[in-house]
Design a protein around this ligand. Structure first.
Ligand SMILES: [Zn+2]
Ligand SMILES: [Zn+2]
Length: 345
């Protein structure tokens, strides 16, 4: 079989790799039907995630069909179509028992395409597959369901729920890439008064507008003044950071009102400055988090019922073996207009 192998900073190759097979009793092997590339994969390639070592198959967002199951795997059978979650969960450690699966202590959490081989391949081994996959109803397409592997639960849990978005709030999303756009889609579930999207790329601001932002700004367009004008001078209730740079994080802390929340979603590779000399009196809450994916069943129900629509997030489609070209397109969004790139078998 073939997979996309990380070869060290800046290097990735679609190449022959050993076949995936069941190793542990709760494993499943899935044939990959649809898979996507994540901004996190670009952070890995930039060298921001040193736990990923050369030789690792990348990828943690896929839909597949079960082809092999371990002897202790319950509730999942050969032929089932599943979304493989970016988070693997043992189900019995201290954190899993509190549904904080991202912090699983049994060597799980975010492991696919991180500490074990991932899903940008023809087949993949999924550990603890009974808890780490979700069987898909026929009305949810594989293309749609791929968005459930990471970006929908991440933006919803780490952005919208950690940020405690409430009806009538003014919500600012800094970064209108796939995660920021999914945050806009799921923030709308709470009927905020305003959703403001901030990004450098006009194409992404256009997408933000289509998906529910009523105000779109580039960082240069005096974001602070605009946010103040929308909120009687107070600032936003909730600001979500969906880029992962020191500048964007620091921008977020200037846009939030006293008592508001900055919810960090971005993957950071460098230290950011926390300006406590300005912030110490402002009663802020700053949240960070890795997604737990406890919300995946509810998001799947909303997708199946048509309550949320993610079809606009996929801008480019490729065959699986064209994945190197797909990376090139995904890595240059300002030129290509790429949001999510979808690869199918
Ligand atoms: Zn991802
Ligand atoms: Zn666990």
């Amino acid at each position: 079989m073939k997979g996309l192998v990380y070869g060290g900073a800046g290097q990735r190759t679609w190449m022959e790799i050993p076949d995936a097979h069941v190793r542990d009793p709760r494993d499943a092997v899935i044939r990959i039907d649809a898979v996507t590339i994540c901004g996190t994969d670009l952070h890995i390639l930039a060298g921001d995630v040193p736990q990923v070592t050369p030789g690792r198959v990348l990828g943690h967002e896929a839909v597949g069909t079960v082809v092999e199951t371990g002897p202790a795997l319950n509730g999942l059978g050969v032929g089932d179509r599943v979304v493989a979650s970016c988070i693997s969960a043992c189900g019995s450690c201290r954190f899993c028992r509190e549904a904080v699966y991202g912090q699983c202590q049994r060597g799980s959490g975010w492991i696919l395409g991180h500490t074990i081989d991932g899903v940008q391949a023809e087949y993949a081994r999924i550990p603890f597959a009974d808890l780490s996959t979700y069987r898909l109803p026929s009305q949810v397409s594989s293309e749609t369901a791929v968005m459930l592997a990471d970006i929908l639960p991440t933006s919803y849990e780490v952005g919208v729920l950690n940020g405690r978005v409430r009806p009538g709030d003014t919500v600012v999303v800094v970064g209108a890439g796939p995660i920021g756009l999914a945050a806009i889609i799921t923030a709308k579930l709470f009927s905020p008064a305003h959703i403001v999207a901030i990004d450098r790329a006009e194409s992404r601001l256009q997408a933000a507008k289509i998906l529910g932002a009523d105000v779109t700004l580039t960082p240069e367009r005096v974001a602070l003044g605009t946010i103040r004008a929308l909120t009687d001078g107070l600032g936003a209730h909730v600001v979500m950071e969906a880029v992962g740079t020191p500048e964007t994080f620091e921008l977020c802390t200037t846009l939030v009102r006293p008592g508001g929340t900055v919810a960090n979603i971005g993957v950071h590779g460098k230290p950011a400055t926390l300006h406590l000399e300005d912030l110490w009196t402002r009663n802020l809450t700053i949240t960070t988090g890795l997604v737990d994916t406890y919300s995946t069943p509810k998001l799947l129900a909303m997708l199946a019922a048509g309550q949320i629509d993610v079809t606009q997030l996929v801008t480019h489609r490729f065959a699986l073996e064209e994945i190197e070209e797909a990376y090139d397109v995904f890595a240059r969004p300002a030129q290509t207009g790429a949001l999510k790139v979808l690869l199918t078998r």
